[in-house]
Each structure stands twice: as C-alpha cells, then as structure tokens.
Unconditional design. Structure first.
Length: 247
C-alpha cells in the first residue's frame, strides 16, 4: 500500500499493478523513461491523481527492485520480438494472404487494388493525410493507424476524447474520421482481418507463455543487482502471503 488513499500497488499475474486497473508500473516506467510528465501519463493511461501518486511513490521507494524487474521484462520482450520475427515475418504479408470476409469480396478486391498501387489518400484537411505504411492505413507522420481510431470508435468514444487520447490535432482526427466514413466497407473489411489476426497472435502467445512467468521467476538476477533482486523476491513473498491470507 502507499500513502495515496484509495490507491495501491499490488502484485497480480501481470506484475506490479495499480489496484483495480489493468495498468502496470512497467507501463508507467515506459512513459517516465521517455520524459513524459506525470499529468500527461495520467491522461494517457486514464489514471486518477491518487493512482499516479501511488505509482510514482512506489517506484521511488523501491527504485532498484522495480528497475531490476523492468529490465528483465524488456529482455523478455526482446526475445519474444525476435522469436515473432522468425515465426511470422512481415505482418501485412500475412494479412494479404488471408481470404476476404464472407460477403465482402468486392470491397476486399478494391482494397487489394489500392494496396497494389501503393495509393496515398490525401484529404482537404491539411497537412494531415492517410497513407499506407508497413503498419497499414496510418495518419501521416504518426505511428497511429486507422485501426487504433476504429478501436475507440467501436467503444463509442467521442472524437474529442480520441483526439486527446491519441495526441492528434483536430485536422488529423478529422481526416481519419473522413477517410473511415468515405471508405467504410474497405476499412471495416481490413479492420476485421486485423482483429482476427490479433486474436490469433494472442492465443499463440497465451499458449506459448503459459509457463514463462514461472521460468522468469527462476532466472538469476542481472549482474550487480543481486541485492535489489533479493529485495524484490522478499516483496513478492510478502504480497503472496497477504493474498493467501485474504483468500
């Protein structure tokens, strides 16, 4: 627990987590290492001030232990990335080989023609544009795809909220919404395939990583961080004992 009331850091199956959220301290650390301000992290991760203060306090009070675990997770993530590249290669190549959704063959054919021509979609709203990159239909100059925007639209988020959440300009959100509206069938068809592929990936990693957390727990600490690692293991044991006691 931390001093910030109604907020706590707990250990769950995904690691050190803000209680009641699917947000880990490693998510917060990602943004801190990129020099994001606490207020911006609050907005991006949809946290309360109390939750953000609890996270910052825990990281500060347990710096070495948290850094050690964060480093191990990054190492694991890099191993997964390399394994993924070997397993499936280019993401869009695999999507391109998938058959169209039933009943959307015409829209899918049109989409493949546009891909083949490497067409760039410009809009009246300048300087924003929708372009096709290795990630798919994207907002020019951003790492944001139309599939990201579609996720929030499907959840009935307002355009203003999507704009703030994805750090877009008014021109960029307008051009994204305009493209989706003007090319609804084609975008929906591609979005559906992206979701299906994402689910396939999720199931693959869920099966592959079933015992990985146990394996990680048995890994030796990074050289020179033995003391921090022992502190981390002690914290894990205390948390587990507390959870078992509440069961």
């Amino acid at each position: 627990m931390n001093d910030a009331k109604q907020a706590a850091i707990v250990r769950t199956e995904i690691g050190l987590t803000i209680a009641g959220k699917g947000i880990t301290l490693y998510d917060v650390m990602d943004y801190l290492k990129d020099d994001y301000s606490p207020q911006l992290i609050i907005d991006l991760l949809w946290l309360t001030e109390s939750e953000m203060n609890a996270a910052l306090s825990y990281i500060e009070d347990n710096r070495e232990a948290v850094e050690a675990e964060y480093e191990m997770l990054w190492k694991e993530a890099e191993e997964i990335r390399q394994d993924w590249e070997k397993r499936d290669g280019n993401f869009l190549e695999k999507i391109a080989k998938m058959p169209p959704p039933p009943g959307q063959e015409a829209a899918w054919k049109r989409l493949q023609e546009l891909k083949a021509n490497n067409k760039i979609y410009m809009h009246d709203a300048k300087p924003a544009a929708i372009v096709r990159t290795e990630r798919g239909l994207s907002i020019n100059g951003k790492r944001i795809t139309l599939y990201d925007v579609m996720d929030y639209m499907k959840a009935e988020y307002s355009p203003k909220f999507i704009r703030n959440l994805l750090n877009l300009t008014e021109s960029e959100i307008n051009v994204a919404l305009s493209y989706i509206e003007n090319n609804r069938s084609e975008v929906e068809a591609e979005y559906k395939r992206v979701l299906e592929y994402a689910e396939e990936i999720r199931q693959y990693w869920e099966e592959r990583n079933r015992d990985r957390l146990a394996a990680i727990a048995k890994m030796p600490p990074p050289p020179g961080k033995e003391a921090a690692w022992e502190k981390l293991q002690a914290q894990k044991a205390r948390t587990k004992a507390k959870i078992d006691g509440q069961a």
